[in-house]
Ligand binder design. Structure first.
Ligand SMILES: [Zn+2]
Length: 221
């Protein structure tokens, strides 16, 4: 009975409305609020655009296998595959099981990103002299994952989008403001079902965000 009723109800709905409604839902631009994180599920084959809305913002990024959070995007494994410490558009990103998790498909910025630096955390800000709690990328990742219904077991090293901390002469790592411009974007394609997490880095003591953390956006395509 219930089955027949459902079928009847579905038949009444104009089929043409369905794809349009779905398209609107996936095309929505989502804000990563300044100093906060956001996570979203991506099905294998789906792409996501990350937008540096103001051009000056570093966005820490993580990706986890949605079916096994112990497998995640791993910068140290990526660097082996790239034979470089920075990826370029067209490269893949790899997990701690050396499997492809994302394709770094598009980069409209000059390609200055970081894979060397740990996410900022409360301890980092304590060392920088903060006497009270300072928002940080590590906690942002946990907040965003839990909000999206996932419970990871650790904080992997992030892929720091637009972070301008190059390895320079003598192996020195310096910290500079971004070289990206307003509206620059990156596109990643999911190579497995995954959860991707972004943190609009709250760093306002060092110059990486121009000492003025701002929001960024993403859009599932
Ligand atoms: Zn940070």
């Amino acid at each position: 009975m219930a089955k027949a009723a459902t079928a009847k109800k579905a038949a009444k709905k104009p089929a043409a409305n369905k794809p349009a409604a779905k398209k609107a839902a996936v095309a929505r631009k989502v804000q990563i609020p300044a100093r906060h994180g956001k996570a979203t599920f991506l099905k294998k084959g789906q792409s996501i655009k990350v937008i540096n809305t103001h051009g000056t913002q570093v966005v820490d990024c993580w990706a986890f296998n949605a079916n096994d959070l112990r497998e995640f995007m791993s910068m140290e494994h990526c660097r082996v595959m790239w034979e470089s410490y920075r990826p370029k558009a067209g490269d893949f990103l790899y997990t701690n099981k050396r499997r492809k998790i994302l394709k770094f498909a598009t980069d409209t910025s000059p390609g200055v990103h970081d894979t060397m630096m740990a996410a900022c955390d409360r301890y980092r800000y304590e060392l920088l002299g903060c006497k009270t709690f300072h928002r940080n990328c590590n906690d942002n990742m946990w907040e965003a994952m839990i909000e999206a219904g996932y419970h990871p077991s650790e904080t992997p090293s992030p892929f720091n989008l637009w972070q301008n901390t190059p390895v320079e002469e003598g192996g020195v790592i310096n910290q500079y403001p971004t070289v990206s411009k307003r509206g620059d974007h990156l596109v990643f394609r999911a190579e497995m079902d995954l959860v991707i997490v972004f943190s609009a880095c709250p760093q306002d003591i060092l110059p990486i965000n121009n000492k003025n953390p701002k929001a960024a956006h993403f859009q599932v395509m």
